[in-house]
Ligand binder design. Sequence first.
Ligand SMILES: Cc1cc2nc3c(=O)[nH]c(=O)nc-3n(C[C@H](O)[C@H](O)[C@H](O)COP(=O)(O)OP(=O)(O)OC[C@H]3O[C@@H](n4cnc5c(N)ncnc54)[C@H](O)[C@@H]3O)c2cc1C
Length: 485
Amino acid sequence: MFRLPAAWAKSTVRSFSSFGKVDERIVSLISGIVGPGNITTSESARNLHGTDESFHPTRAPDAVVTPLTTPHVSEIMKICHSHRIPVIPFGTGTGFEGGVGAVYGGLCIAMHKMTEIVEVNQSDFDATVRGGVTRHQLNDWIRADGLHFPIDPGAGASVCGMCSTSASGTNAVRYGTMRENVLNMEVVLADGTVVHTAGEGRRPKKTSCGYNLTNLFVGSEGTLGVITQATVRLHGIPEATAAAISSFDTVQNAVDTVVQILQCGLPMARIEYLNVDMIRACNQFSNLDLKEAPTLFLEFIGSPSGVEEQAMLAEELCVGNGGENFSWATEHSERERLWKARHNCWYAIKATYPGKHAYSTDVVVPVSHLPETVLYCHSLAEEMEVPCPIVGHVGDGNFHCFLLSDQNNDAEMARIKDFSRRLALTAQSYGGSCTGEHGIGLGKRELLIKEVGAGAYDTMKVVKKSLDPLLIMNPGKVIDLDHLL
Ligand SMILES: Cc1cc2nc3c(=O)[nH]c(=O)nc-3n(C[C@H](O)[C@H](O)[C@H](O)COP(=O)(O)OP(=O)(O)OC[C@H]3O[C@@H](n4cnc5c(N)ncnc54)[C@H](O)[C@@H]3O)c2cc1C
């Protein structure tokens, strides 16, 4: 088992009070780099940048800086490093695990002014974007070239934020996650050093060249460095697309159908499962009249005849499992309407339970264990008497249960934390993970240790301490600060 070198232990922060503060002198130093209009200590900006979509209670940063260039980020990091100031990178704040909360105060580096699309290599199917570019901005830019960046977390996230959480979403069953779609990244380390994870300017589709630094930073949740640029894979916009839905009598039948569709090797673009509670909320929120039953949303892409063939085979499998109302649409507007409703699930649930805070679980299991895990989730909800709207990227074995609670009600909060933990432990017991795409953040740090075991966890600590010996990068996230001191 790895042991942390004693020299590193000595050089680290010993207690939380050892962190420096963002005082007037620091603000003035940073203002000298980025200009006075690009750093603020206003309460509204601090509050806005200290929260994401999660319910984890955290604290606002002491100041928010909006750099314009990578050299800006590097100079800012040098100052923070020499004063041991915590730094929290911020993309668009759509994360689900409290990643942007400033647990120990410090400086938020908000990336939204670094909006340059550096290059698009149409015939190589890749693009390089700066730290603040959102996936929507990239897709708007490349659509006319017949290209798209398919990783689709639903929200308008930044591409570099998506690198940082290893995001995926509805299209992952076809195109993979950020891990498979990032070719290179420019990262500013804790001491201000700028590195290119695959070498400056490189964008090969495959490489065996040394350690895979790119995938070390993908999923690092701002704890190892600030991602200032990413080179990502693009894909051709398919010639034809069709969307279909089918409703089932039972959860088991719906989920069994997913497994059979995958076993048949159907090249699905998307397979999403929505349970009764979720369909009811979608009907109300998106003005639909879908049957209130366990439902699959499917999408097929390819040539027009290929799409038709895929849809017919999928229909056969749905019907074979008692699926009803199999209907498929090729018109853009109808497809958009359905998928918009799917993407609005989070907001539909929030609207259905006004005044409640929602928390999204994120378990993923090998697909063969999907039926029993979804059924377990339903039985747990019944046992614990909690509402249980479920939506899932079930083609990957990943699904979310949106848990509702009143943050001021300790009993409710304890109940949903218990629910979430029991579901995650069950997924782990089936060889799965407590998080398929949202990350560890604040809420799943204990589950991380259980999942990877002592050897891998200690190795992660070694990596963290060697890249960030003063522990200033997003402290308290992923690895508990106490475990690093
Ligand atoms: C309605 C809704 C649906 C969603 N659906 C999905 C889904 O299907 N799949 C999915 O994967 N996610 C989903 N998400 C979650 C979210 O969109 C992703 O986690 C996304 O990757 C966060 O990107 P962001 O730019 O908003 O990052 P933020 O929320 O700003 O930050 C997230 C984490 O990344 C770090 N970070 C941000 N930018 C950088 C950077 N440049 N360098 C280093 N660290 C950085 C932050 O410090 C933080 O730890 C959904 C969110 C919402 C609101």
